[in-house]
Design a protein around this ligand. Structure first.
Ligand SMILES: [Ca+2]
Length: 448
């Protein structure tokens, strides 16, 4: 290590940094606090931090080892094998999927349409959830890499025009005339009754983002797989194609082509759950695919053609009786009370623990576009009538807005607050009052 050079560089960075901070202090705090004094405090803290870092590096074996290991691991990837796809394996060191349908949480990926692409992880908070790994609403599958993968609907007989998509900005645009390798793994989910032949990859100069569109984007993919997709629900399979760039392609989109030509009935036995146990998020007569490890780069990534779950994983498939999320079937005209919906105290702000239940409803409404919904807010008898009426109205409205902001048309949503006028039980005990504080919904068939 050239200590003199490093010291000079560090000093230069240090001075640049402190100058910026000083300017910020002047901009933000002038007239209110004495900036010079604050600046001096900051400077001292920074100095202490630098000294601590240096001492750690000199004396701590662990820190030196970690830094060297990091450098060692980084070097082989800094050459031409660089993958231009950020977050290529859908892993997040900090986040877990909070619920289904929220693919946008695995940044920088996002859904280019209103379709509800899924993100699955083996995280503590997803155990037994619809988006857990290995068991989830699509069936059973380990990640091809790491702890997470994505999932997209390819086809559903009930909604042939519905398809799910995902998009990401590449870390650098493609260069004109250069040939790139595009590769990724896919796996047909167990509960698919159908399998598709082609999957599409779009490489685009401009971002495709149509948050009004629930059906397939209307243009054909930049490339599709030459060999038909394999109808295998056990192993991951690789799609790898090459592509000569026009230059400037910056966005990658994945999903199924606008016209699904070949839909094959997939007739094998389902290895995990019986078909009648299938969760409602997985409608009958549809095709669902898991996606993991996406690559766009100049070199062949030299990935194996398929990745099979380990023998141990297969053992789990055989022995484990999976926990099944109760099948959710809503009946038209039936009053349903939200079970997981909670608001902050005396407020109409929805707590995040409620999103899961709300999202299921969103999903249900999307898959049943002929239904409309009425939301009814109720309170207990605590507090005065008028403010209870107002609070119940606001809470019902908050639910309506949530549905709306997740793509349900406001034409399909009605809401109303009933205050304390419609108790389920007399407001005579804490338990009874808790039952009376509730939000309900009723599904209506159109023109009803
Ligand atoms: Ca992964």
């Amino acid at each position: 290590m050239g200590s003199v050079g490093n010291a000079v560089t560090r000093r230069a960075i240090f001075e640049l940094d402190t100058k910026t901070i000083f300017l910020q202090y002047r901009r933000n705090l002038h007239h209110t606090v004495k900036p010079k004094r604050l600046f001096l405090v900051h400077l001292t803290v920074k100095r202490i931090m630098l000294v601590t870092f240096w001492n750690n590096f000199r004396y701590s074996f662990y820190m030196r080892f970690t830094l060297l290991l990091w450098l060692f691991l980084w070097f082989p990837f800094s050459g031409n094998t660089q993958n231009l796809v950020p977050c290529h394996s859908f892993e997040s060191p900090t986040h877990c999927p909070p619920m289904n349908s929220l693919f946008n949480n695995i940044k920088p990926w996002y859904t280019p349409t209103l379709s509800t692409t899924d993100w699955f992880c083996n995280c503590r908070s997803t155990v037994n959830a619809d988006v857990w790994i290995p068991i989830n609403f699509g069936g059973y599958q380990q990640a091809a890499d790491g702890n997470c993968y994505a999932g997209i609907f390819g086809y559903s007989e009930a909604q042939p025009n519905y398809g799910e998509y995902m998009e990401v900005q590449l870390t650098a645009p493609l260069e004109k005339g250069k040939t790139y390798t595009v590769a990724f793994y896919y796996n047909l989910a167990n509960y698919s009754d159908y399998a598709l032949e082609k999957i599409g990859v779009w490489l685009m100069r401009k971002e495709y983002n149509n948050q009004h569109l629930i059906s397939r984007p209307p243009f054909t993919p930049t490339l599709t797989n030459k060999e038909p997709l394999q109808n295998d629900t056990v192993s991951w399979h690789l799609v790898q194609e090459s592509y000569t760039a026009m230059g400037g392609e910056k966005f990658l989109m994945m999903g199924f082509p606008p016209k699904v030509d070949t839909v094959q009935l997939y007739g094998k036995n389902f290895p995990v759950r019986r078909q009648e146990d299938r969760y409602e998020l997985m409608p009958a007569k549809s095709a669902y695919y898991y996606i993991d490890k996406v690559y766009v780069g100049e070199q062949d990534p030299e990935w194996p053609d398929s990745i099979s779950p380990s023998a141990k994983a297969n053992e789990i498939v055989k022995n484990q009786e999976p926990v099944i999320t109760p099948k959710q079937e809503f009946k038209v005209n039936e009053v349903v009370t939200f079970k997981e919906l909670n608001f902050e105290k005396n407020s109409y702000k929805i707590m995040s623990s409620s999103y899961r239940e709300l999202d299921r409803l969103v999903d249900y409404l999307k898959k049943n576009p002929s239904y409309s919904i009425e939301i009814r807010g109720h309170t207990d008898s605590d507090g005065d009538d008028a403010s209870n009426m107002e609070l119940s109205q606001q809470r019902a409205k908050a639910v309506a807005l949530y549905l709306e902001s997740n793509g349900i048309s406001p034409n399909r949503i009605k809401y109303k607050g009933y205050g304390e006028t419609m108790p389920l039980v007399p407001n005579t005990s804490k338990e009874n009052m808790l039952r009376n504080r509730r939000v309900e919904f009723v599904l209506r068939a159109k023109n009803n």
